[in-house]
Design a protein around this ligand. Structure first.
Ligand code: NDP
Ligand code: 2IT
Length: 447
């Protein structure tokens, strides 16, 4: 069977076997539609049904998470962990707490995570999890009780050699603390390496908080360097105002970029003079407020509820909020306005139509599984420190992150050229990530 037809058939099977999971279908399609030239060069992958096996998670957990709210009422949330692939190492990937979470989102994220983690070159498999629990407006005590109930069920499936969760949307150091506390209590073990994204005060790695945002900007730096350009003096927009967005803004500013806009799910802040990052950090990290409040402090900034961030002219755009936040029309707008580099801090933030626009325009486009891999790579560095009972300095860890991002860029760049599409980081990332997983699957037999 011709390889294009084989891939089409596999995609059809994925859609039929996983009904109603649109994001998962989208993520699978985006990867496997680039793999025909790989199957042509390495027929053993088709012979051993490697793609078919990769598309089926090794294990999927769905569980009840009952908890008491502050009024004493019982609430019932749904918990998920999809342990997708463990040929390269223990399952690894974040937990997302957001009301939109359902199996299709967890599976898309877990599927992406397999290839992203392979790209880092670290010994980590792919997984994702989370809950439809909405932390917004919940007290610390409610978040703690929820996390304790979530871990009471999940702990039996985790372990430093089995499955190592971390943060994602709605899960940061506070939640990781409550989750770790309950894991420790349930197992009677101080097993630091079972979760990453811990506070550096009790086993976390320096730079993990900054890693995804910093890494995304390092990836931009490399893409621009390959074109003889740099970040210095460039106008930038960053979507979101959470963990990834904040540290992407910080690194852009350190490298001379002028960040003029950021957002949250309610609206957009545009500050032509440059975003005041200390204020964003205070509002979001300390006071847990909305980005709208930024405009109360800076009267020369504008806040537009439901605004369109991607309409703001820029040289560099970093989607750092959520999936499918940048559609075809937005992509056209960015290109028309002269944007020359996009890197995805978020997972799958660009719709397939948007990706086509970027690819046809020839601008530098770094897909999430390469551009945002710095977060999970630094999680793997945290695991390494925990395993050796060591704690590295900020400078040393940041240098390791920088080297890992340069390496990912180089590998994707070279693979794209090797397979006849120079500059196509989508192709490069998919091929490098896939081949690492596929070769390990061949070596480990039919499992
Ligand atoms: P946070 O929870 O810290 O921040 C999320 C940000 O995105 C907030 O500004 C939030 O706005 C916005 N957002 C979330 N959901 C939506 C939505 N449905 N529509 C519009 N805006 C939304 O999460 P992170 O910064 O950690 O994660 C951001 C992205 O980066 C996600 O795609 C995540 O998967 C990805 N990522 C994260 C990594 C990490 O290490 N944390 C690693 C690699 C990728 P609001 O407050 O209004 O909800
Ligand atoms: O999407 C991601 O890579 C993450 N949310 C981080 C995963 C991790 O294990 O650090």
């Amino acid at each position: 069977m011709p390889n294009a037809a084989r891939i089409e058939r596999i995609y059809g099977q994925v859609v039929r076997r996983n009904p109603g999971e649109a994001e998962f279908h989208q993520a699978v399609k985006e990867v496997i539609e680039t793999l025909a030239p790989v199957l042509a060069k390495y027929p053993e992958y088709a012979e051993h049904k490697v793609i078919e096996r990769i598309c089926e998670p090794e294990r999927q957990l769905i569980f009840r998470v009952p908890w008491h709210d502050d009024r004493g009422e019982v609430q019932i949330s749904r918990g998920f962990r999809v342990q997708f692939n463990s040929v390269l190492g223990p399952y690894k990937g974040g937990l997302r707490f957001h009301p939109s979470v359902y199996l299709g989102i967890v599976k898309f994220l877990g599927f992406e995570q397999i290839f992203k983690n392979a790209l880092t070159g670290m010994p980590i498999g792919g997984a994702k999890g989370g809950s439809d629990f909405d932390p917004k407006g919940r007290s610390d005590a409610e978040v703690m009780r929820f996390c304790q109930s979530f871990m009471t069920e999940l702990h039996r499936h985790l372990g430093e050699f089995t499955d190592v969760p971390a943060g994602d949307i709605g899960v940061g150091a506070r939640e990781i603390g409550y989750l770790f506390g309950q894991y420790k209590r349930m197992t009677n073990r101080y097993e630091s390496g079972v979760l990453t994204g811990k506070s550096p005060q009790w086993g976390g790695s320096l730079v993990r908080r900054e890693a995804t945002g910093y890494g995304t900007v390092y990836f931009v730096e490399e893409m621009l360097r390959a074109r003889g350009e740099s970040i210095d003096g460039k106008t930038c927009v960053v979507s979101g105002s959470g963990n990834v967005a904040i540290y992407a803004i910080e690194k852009l500013q350190q490298l001379g970029g002028r960040v003029v806009a950021c957002s949250d799910s309610n609206g957009v802040i545009h500050h032509a003079r440059g975003i005041d990052l200390a204020l964003v950090k205070r509002l979001k990290e300390v006071e847990r407020r909305r980005i709208a409040d930024y405009a109360d402090v800076h009267r020369d900034a504008s806040y537009v509820a439901g605004g369109r961030l991607w309409d703001i002219p820029c040289d560099i755009a970093l989607p750092c909020a959520t999936q499918n936040e940048l559609d075809e029309a937005a992509a056209r707008r960015l290109v028309e306005n002269g944007c020359t580099a996009i890197a995805e801090g978020a997972n799958m933030p660009t719709t397939p139509g948007g990706v086509r626009v970027f690819q046809q325009s020839g601008i530098a486009y770094g897909p999430g599984k390469a551009a945002n891999a710095g977060g999970v790579a630094t999680s793997a560095l945290e695991m390494q420190q925990n395993a050796s009972r060591d704690a590295w300095s900020f400078g040393h860890t940041e240098q390791r992150l920088h080297d890992i991002m340069s390496g990912i860029h180089r590998n994707c760049h070279e693979a794209a050229a090797e397979f006849g599409s120079p500059g196509n980081y989508v192709l490069g990332a998919n091929i490098v990530g896939f081949r690492r997983v596929a070769d390990a699957m061949l070596a480990l037999g039919v499992i």
